[in-house]
Design a protein around this ligand. Structure first.
Ligand SMILES: *[C@@H]1O[C@H](CO)[C@@H](O)[C@H](O)[C@H]1NC(C)=O
Length: 309
């Protein structure tokens, strides 16, 4: 099959990584899967033209609104993969809610990463319940072997600072206003460094050199970075919010904190208790292997797209 996959392809973000993974799964089954950035298109008509000009047999979209809306009224069959903010945020807007309902109605199947996400979506659009599959994100880490850790640190101006404990914040600057606020704060926070995004394999190599991975997000989602850290045998300290608590059991597969004080206490206990650290890391790795299997994800998508024939 010749498949079109629409997603927000901004480099080094969660959706782009998921899109690349799904593309890889479909190529492995002998399909052709072409990724297109949803931001480059405005209307379903443009996608309809693209689909007929490029002779696509079927389509997939990540995010029921950002990608899905472009498939409304599509002549080729399609499936949807929920993005997270579609169900969590965009449902609050009446117009988006209506569009997403229509798109979901037309989709042959939809994929939610968690049971909870499926339940949220099914509560909004009860008729679609039966077509929503739950398939967790598959995790496979590939730390690059040639990664230059010392160059990476130098870029962070690390060498001039106190060499004990450091917090590196890494990732693309998506929101310019927020980025400038963060930059301001970081300037006044010794030991905290803003690092530019690097290719995923390098990021994995860098993570392997860290003592722990921290997620202090206050907005809900599903963190592939946390799952990758678990796969890389790195302990995770994460804020106790629903999205993080869904993948971390406190003191079993990671540590959950609710405020800065608790963060400090838990970090110190992790540093001072190598046995606890070892146990957490081992259980976390088992959890990822069992519940975020890359092979199961591959099989699931390879089977699902057969419904688009
Ligand atoms: C942090 O966690 C939130 C909630 O689970 C998630 O949306 C976000 O992508 C995570 N970020 C990182 C870098 O782990």
């Amino acid at each position: 099959m010749r498949l079109l996959l629409l997603a927000c392809l901004r480099a080094q973000t969660g959706n782009a990584t998921t899109a690349a993974r799904i593309q890889n799964h479909l190529h492995a089954a002998g399909h052709i899967c072409v990724l297109k950035d949803a931001f480059m298109y405005e209307s379903p008509t443009e996608i309809a033209n693209l689909a007929s000009a490029d002779k696509f047999d079927a389509a997939l979209a990540i995010h029921l609104y950002k990608g899905g809306r472009l498939l409304q009224g599509s002549r080729i069959p399609f499936g949807i993969i929920f993005g997270g903010t579609d169900v969590n945020e965009d449902t609050k807007c009446e117009e988006k809610h209506r569009v997403m309902g229509a798109v979901l109605g037309e989709a042959r199947f939809a994929v939610a990463f968690t049971v909870k996400m499926k339940e949220l979506a099914a509560a909004e659009w009860p008729d679609a319940r039966k077509k929503i599959h739950v398939q967790a994100q598959g995790i496979k880490t590939t730390p690059s072997e040639t990664f230059d850790w010392y160059r990476f640190l130098q870029n962070a101006d690390w060498h001039r600072r106190d060499p004990s404990v450091h917090l590196g914040i890494i990732g693309p600057a998506v929101d310019p206003l927020f980025t400038s606020e963060v930059k301001e704060k970081v300037k006044r926070a010794p030991g905290v460094h803003l690092l530019q995004e690097v290719p995923q394999d390098d990021l994995h190599a860098a993570m392997k050199r860290c003592f722990a991975v921290v997620n202090s997000s206050i907005s809900e989602g599903m963190s592939a970075a946390i799952l990758e850290a678990m796969d890389l045998d790195i302990p995770v300290l994460a804020r106790n919010i629903l999205g993080n608590a869904a993948i971390i059991k406190h003191k079993e597969t990671g540590l959950l904190f609710s405020d800065p004080q608790e963060f400090v206490v838990l970090s110190e206990s992790l540093m001072n208790d190598p046995i606890m650290e070892r146990e957490i890391v081992t259980r976390a790795k088992d959890y990822v292997k069992k519940h975020h299997s890359w092979e199961s994800e591959r099989k699931a998508y390879q089977n699902l797209v057969l419904r688009l024939q």
